[in-house]
Ligand binder design. Sequence first.
Ligand SMILES: Nc1ncnc2c1ncn2[C@@H]1O[C@H](COP(=O)(O)OP(=O)(O)O)[C@@H](O)[C@H]1O
Ligand SMILES: [Mg+2]
Length: 239
Amino acid sequence: MSVVLEAQSIGKVFPQGKKNIHALKNVSLKFQKGEFVVIWGSSGSGKSSLLSILAGLDKPSSGKIFLDGDRIDTISESEQALLRRDQIGFVFQSFHLVPSLTALENIQLPLDLKKDPQASKKARELLKSVGLDHRAQNFSYQLSGGEQQRVALARALISEPQILFADEPTGSLDSQNSKEILVLLQKLRKKKETTLVLVTHEPALASLADRVITLKDGQLVEDQSGKTFAKKANIYTLG
Ligand SMILES: Nc1ncnc2c1ncn2[C@@H]1O[C@H](COP(=O)(O)OP(=O)(O)O)[C@@H](O)[C@H]1O
Ligand SMILES: [Mg+2]
């Protein structure tokens, strides 16, 4: 096993008027290649803050982040942008597609930006792999939520990132669409050994993970296998 990403003593403080909000406190984590990790915790526990920092969308207030052994929390904005383009994928709960582009163009965008001559071909393949080849020319507002999320997923995958982060990717989808997104994520992991770091509120999904990391008030309080998590969840629901 090899460590892809490591977070050391991450802290995040948001200034709020005269007092500060400590969204993350001293969080240390390692992610192995090909691992499927779920981040669990109630609303406000720091899950999105942690994901943004791990993915280089935001900087920590303290601590260090290493990708393949190299610090990434101290690099410039433009270097971070390159990392997000080439090595790190991100899927948001609310899709974040470009409304003026078609489904196909949205998927192709990351490769167009680096002038990849294969952009169009790869985008078509991915569109097909998420079951949307018939939607190529539709704009995002013409797609259902589930379809939009599949496009967002394909766009995040087109650069074949080492790590894919997803912040409640099924949070605004119905159960059928959630399932489809899940099946796609699982396939991807098997095929490319992509490390998957997912925030979710669904116990069934968390129980599938290699590890479930629980945050509470910005602190890491539990780091257990999906199986152990499932056992405890059962005990809990059985009362
Ligand atoms: N940009 C921000 N400015 C101020 N406070 C923030 C900001 N983002 C998050 N917070 C605060 O940090 C804490 C953790 O938030 P967040 O990471 O979004 O939690 P979660 O995703 O688990 O719901 C919350 O108290 C939230 O209000
Ligand atoms: Mg959140």
